[in-house]
Design a protein around this ligand. Structure first.
Ligand code: NAD
Length: 498
């Protein structure tokens, strides 16, 4: 029975006017080739809309538009205060369109509407607002050269930024690029994932409505090997802010080398380790967090702690607690406001995740929760929250990023062993240590090779701190004031004083 106090998301979805065309120089346009591709809904396997299949010609139009607006200075030459006001209006408009943006995100990539509403829209708007508020508070430098010179070290916008983002948090990942890139005066060409183009296109419309000059922010949807490659290879793009898989991150480095040596900032995959020591005094909270942070967003989170390392003396009891928590994440209709676990993004991802589950079984890990597709009758792509116990760190499910609701539990005896297992990975995005022993918490945190180490929590987060990885998890840092470094060049102006 429908709850009269909750919005009827189906009725709202029906009323939406979906538009999959590119947005270039302030106008919605079809692909130069006239081609489209079918965007299938993860909720039911039905075609949601046809999206412009952007290619090299479309990317070129968008880059020309971005370059011209940059060269004319219509955005970069506005005062920081003026840019701030426009971006604040942009954030306001995002919040005013909160329901619509959340609905687009859910329809596009399958996350529960309550998560899209509760996290994605608010966090994306907050990110834009935070960079807007920061930009008129950062100062340039005067170098300590002595009395014979005045040497100014100033930050200048780079020019045209190509942003290429994934489908797991489409709006938030776009905002992490747009906030610092636009606040510093750059023009942007955004290539959303072919699996989730809708919110990116709507964001560009809202930015223009907020007063961003046309041509400063362009969006070209399309496939990675077509639109994405054209953007990364373009000779007039100054930097690529990439978030996606390590496999494609590798290609990004090649594209930079093969074209104009543009800067490549890679934010890539992860296989984060969550270390639970027997001395931690609140195992219920640790278990709740271990389950919540792997099963949130259907496990499609780069920083999901997909390897749970538990000290052997508490392992049986702890795994039972995590398995009990997993029951709270049974997949259900993403458009039902009560649902906490939605659909995987598409059939390919469903097959990938089921393939990993099969490999876990084949390699001898014990499946203690889930392990199967569910709700197949819906036509959508749903997998039960899955836990493997008895995993060895050399198994495929411990080494490769699954990007689905699958947790691998590895037991350890000593602190040294736990650190060694955690660091024995190609990835280094995040890690966590749970211990009530302050010395141990610090000692272990220092030795874990990861961009972020959580202590006695996993989910706490804020725009004020950098986000990014080491090793094959990437080289860039989104969020915080450090993100300004990615989209600005330092210029020295040396003035001789006679
Ligand atoms: P992906 O690498 O397949 O695609 C990411 C983007 O790159 C998409 O827009 C895609 O169209 C484009 N692309 C694909 N092939 C391309 C090519 N040959 N040339 C240019 N562009 C190309 O990744 P995905 O499946 O969309 O996203 C999941 C991955 O993203 C996971 O590995 C996840 O860990 C990672 N991720 C990382 C972070 C982070 O901040 N580190 C955040 C979110 C997701």
């Amino acid at each position: 029975m429908t709850n009269p106090t909750l919005p009827d998301w189906y009725a709202r979805a029906k009323a939406l006017k979906l538009d999959g065309r590119s947005l270039i120089q302030g106008r919605r346009v079809a692909a130069a080739s006239g081609e489209v591709f079918a965007k299938v809904s993860p909720l039911n396997g039905q075609v949601l809309l046809e999206v412009a299949r952007g290619g090299a010609a479309d990317i070129d139009r968008a880059v020309v538009s971005a370059r011209q607006t940059f060269d004319k200075g219509v955005w970069r030459n506005q005062t920081p205060g003026a840019r701030k006001a426009v971006l604040q209006r942009f954030a306001d408009l995002m919040m005013a369109h909160r329901d619509e943006l959340a609905l687009l995100e859910t329809l596009d990539m399958g996350k529960p509407i309550r998560n899209a509403l509760g996290l994605d829209v608010g966090a994306a708007a907050r990110c834009i607002r935070w960079y807007a508020e920061a930009i008129d508070k950062v100062y340039d430098e005067i170098a300590p050269t002595g009395p014979q010179a005045l040497a100014l070290v100033t930050r200048e916008p780079m020019g045209v930024i190509g942003a290429i983002v994934p489908w797991n948090y489409p709006m938030l990942m776009a905002a992490w690029k747009l906030g610092p890139a636009l606040a510093t005066g750059n023009s942007v060409v955004l290539k959303p994932s072919e699996k989730s183009p809708l919110t990116a296109l709507r964001l560009a419309e809202l930015a223009i409505e907020a007063g961003l000059p046309e041509g400063v922010f362009n969006v070209v949807p399309g496939f990675g090997h077509e639109a994405g490659e054209a953007l990364a290879l373009h000779m007039d793009v100054d930097a690529i802010g990439f978030t996606g898989s390590t496999r494609i991150g590798r290609r990004m480095m090649e594209y930079g080398g093969r074209s104009n040596l543009k800067r490549i900032y890679n934010e890539l995959g992860g296989k984060s380790a969550n270390l639970v020591f027997a001395d931690f005094d609140d195992l219920d909270r640790a278990a709740k967090t271990a389950a919540g942070s792997i099963f949130y967003n259907q496990g499609e989170s780069c920083n999901a702690p997909s390897r749970l390392l538990v000290q052997a003396s508490i392992a049986d009891e702890f795994v039972a607690r995590v398995a009990a928590q997993a029951q709270n994440y049974q997949p259900a209709d993403p458009l039902d406001g009560a649902t906490v676990m939605g659909a995987l993004v598409d059939e390919a991802q469903l097959k990938t995740v089921l393939g990993f589950i099969a490999s876990g079984r084949e390699e001898g890990a014990r499946c203690v929760a889930g392990g199967e597709q569910v709700r197949a009758e819906s036509g959508g792509y749903f997998v039960a929250p899955t836990i493997f116990d008895g995993v060895r760190n050399d198994m495929k499910i411990a080494r490769e990023e699954i990007f689905g609701p699958v947790l691998s539990v590895i037991r350890f005896e000593t602190e040294e062993e736990a650190i060694a297992i955690a660091n024995d990975s190609n990835y280094g995005l995040q890690a966590a240590v749970w211990s009530t022993n302050l010395n141990r918490a610090h000692r272990v945190a220092r030795q874990l090779r990861a961009g972020t180490v959580h202590v006695n929590q996993y989910d706490d987060d804020d725009i004020t701190v950098p986000f990014g990885g080491v090793k094959q998890s990437g080289n860039g840092r989104d969020k915080s004031l450090h993100a300004f470094d990615k989209y600005t060049e330092l210029k020295t102006t040396w003035i001789r004083l006679d």
